[in-house]
Design a protein around this ligand. Sequence first.
Ligand code: CTP
Ligand code: MG
Length: 243
Amino acid sequence: MTLLKTMNLNVKFWAVVPAAGVGKRMNADRPKQYLMLSGKTVIEHTLSRLIEAQVFSAVSVAVSEEDPYWPELAIARHEAIITAPGGKERADSVLSGLKAIGHQADDDDWVLVHDAARPCLTAEDIRLMINTLQNDDVGGILALPSHDTLKQVNGNDIVNTQDRRQIWRALTPQMFRYGMLKSALTATAGNLAVTDEASALELMGFTPKIVEGRPDNIKITRPEDLALAQFYLKQQAQQKELS
Ligand code: CTP
Ligand code: MG
């Protein structure tokens, strides 16, 4: 196992997990983070991956206050887990998750924000991101280059073809300093263009970095994604056995 090249031993790492969405596009009988995947719920996979990475001082999870599923899970009472109330938009949930660790986190500590709906995150990607970004002034995000040719459209008409080399898909985790992230999310609150943490920092004039992540770190969004996540989890378990 590659060790973290931690430069400043005083700086802590925190995880914040927005998990207060309803999963409209999944069209299931419950929010997608509570659907079963290879023997446990999606969110249990996600949180286990974060806890097992052994880098986080705590994992702050933002869940809806009317959520009947969360209190039923044993992991909700794990010593590393802090529960925060969810918000209207993803950014509100993240800000709430940040506030819940406010009495323990320092402004210079790093926060990795990770979607509850991404259960296939690997310890390898967590370490890659931390090792790459921990001496950066701003921080950054895991991302993937686009393999498809990208078209800008107007209805069904193609307007032009984008330069694929300049377009990356944003994943999570997204890693920023506690103080800077909280200020950026507070300043941009209510702005619907803020669909991830990086966009809040960008609006404040900062330049977050990209770190190329693994393609198996998918976000469960539509029904067919569950089978794909199941496949990736199985594949990861096999690779672990072989190594
Ligand atoms: N999320 C959240 N609070 C919200 C909205 C979303 O914490 N008000 C979380 C989701 O639970 C998810 C992550 O943000 O883990 C990414 O959002 P998304 O994939 O869009 O999930 P949902 O909003 O639940 O799905 P949909 O957009 O299809 O309704
Ligand atoms: Mg959503």
